[in-house]
Write a protein that binds this ligand. Structure first.
Ligand SMILES: Cc1ncc(COP(=O)(O)O)c(C=O)c1O
Ligand SMILES: [Zn+2]
Length: 392
């Protein structure tokens, strides 16, 4: 069964655009374009239980993904990750229904694989000759791998101080690695300039419509894995925010299909104290964020001082009754140990940050014992072993 993709829609003014063209941001407002599907038709034609029998990867949801011809899907088996119960952490915190979505099992070790698989597949289907990609680290690794898989060579742009692992995975997959002085926004400027000059397609977070579509499958899987029920809260380490935005959109689509009901989960954004533009904007009641000055955190994925789609992240948090909070780097590293010793999950610092946030929110009474809570471990701790300083 193929995609029900219908058109694209500007998230600022609602203007429609055809979906059969290579496009970045909305020409009208310069904002994020959302993929819109013919959900009324899909509701008549597709049964949710039919999906459950398919191989467990994100293309299980291909009707809600943008690729027209299944032959064009560039895949390494992304998605289909387990939603693990966390009984020991739950016991320690007095929570009866605590889960961890283990995204570390994805190709290239992070959830970035989902967004890149969707975006690269669709862009190639629409004729993209090659790609640039600015990244905090992990998205570059994923882009390198998926471009290699498609027979292309990505040009990636990363801050020069990203972990060696990120540089090496890109080199290994044959991409052209450009190290940039500054942060991801500086990498973004360079990537866009090279894309323009060399007629390549730029894959910057939320500056094309389809990475968010790949990321939304985390939410679709969570709903399916809970028996088509939604959790009451999802705690998500937020940099550019694609995951929150994608999952929020995915749940709305499932509701329109009549596959789920009940309220949206509360979206809880976790950032680092050294880079917390979303937390600040949320606390100040603002609809957009101010660029965070001198951004610094060991959680590279959270070092995004000026998220392009801040207005969508903040809307998702507010619409769902969620919240936003920042945690210290040292707390993240401690939580890497705790997740590993309590549950055997080797998490990245960004994923471990969700545990720090959870503890604080339970203590404050924001989250209660009967709630079904999902922590998003966005990547594998194996990419971050340089943070573990103990000697054997
Ligand atoms: C491991 C990890 N977690 C979280 C994030 C933040 O993701 P998002 O851009 O969806 O907010 C990133 C982004 O680089 C990451 O690499
Ligand atoms: Zn517009």
């Amino acid at each position: 069964m193929a995609s029900y993709l219908d058109h694209l829609e500007c998230t600022q003014c609602g203007k429609s655009y055809p979906s059969n063209q290579l496009i970045g941001v909305s020409p009208c407002c310069g904002k994020v374009l959302f993929a819109r599907y013919d959900l009324a038709k899909m509701r008549r034609e597709v049964d949710r239980d039919a999906l459950a029998g398919r191989p467990a990867n994100m293309w299980q949801f291909e009707e809600l993904l943008p690729v027209g011809d299944p032959e064009r899907i560039v895949t390494l088996g992304e998605g289909g990750t387990p939603l693990l119960k966390a009984p020991e952490l739950g016991r320690r915190l007095g929570l009866g229904h605590l889960y961890i979505k283990e995204e570390g099992l994805n190709p290239t070790g992070t959830f970035k694989a989902r967004g890149i698989s969707a975006a690269v597949s669709r862009a190639i289907e629409l004729g993209a000759p090659g790609f640039t990609m600015p990244s905090a680290g992990n998205a570059a690794g994923a882009a390198a791998a998926y471009c290699a898989r498609a027979g292309l060579r990505a040009k990636v742009f990363m801050p020069q101080d990203v972990p060696d692992t990120n540089k090496k995975e890109c080199i290994l997959a044959g991409s052209e690695v450009n190290l940039v002085e500054g942060l991801i926004n500086d990498a973004g400027r360079e990537a866009v300039a090279v894309a323009k000059e060399q007629n390549l397609f730029d894959l910057s977070t939320l500056k094309e419509p389809y990475r968010a579509e790949g990321k939304k499958t985390m939410g679709l899987e969570i709903a399916m894995q809970l028996g088509w029920k939604l959790p009451s809260a999802i705690i998500y380490p937020t940099g550019g925010g694609t995951g929150i935005i994608g999952m929020h959109k995915g749940f709305q689509e499932l509701r329109e299909l009549g596959w789920i009901d009940g309220p949206q989960p509360k979206f809880i954004a976790v950032q680092a104290t050294g880079c917390q533009p979303i937390v600040q904007a949320f606390q100040q009641g603002k609809e957009v964020s101010e660029p965070w000055q001198n951004a610094a955190t060991l959680a590279d994925g959270l070092r995004v001082p000026s998220p392009f789609a801040d207005y969508l992240i903040l809307a998702a948090i507010r619409e769902t009754g969620g919240t936003a909070l920042a945690v210290e780097d040292s707390e993240m590293v401690d939580a890497m140990y705790e997740m590993a010793t309590a549950e055997g999950i080797i998490a990245c610092p960004e994923g471990a940050a969700t545990l720090v946030a959870l503890k604080r929110l339970v203590k404050e009474g924001f989250l209660g014992p009967e709630e079904t809570i999902v922590l998003l471990n966005t990547g594998s701790g194996y990419k971050y072993l340089h943070l573990i300083k103990d000697k054997v």
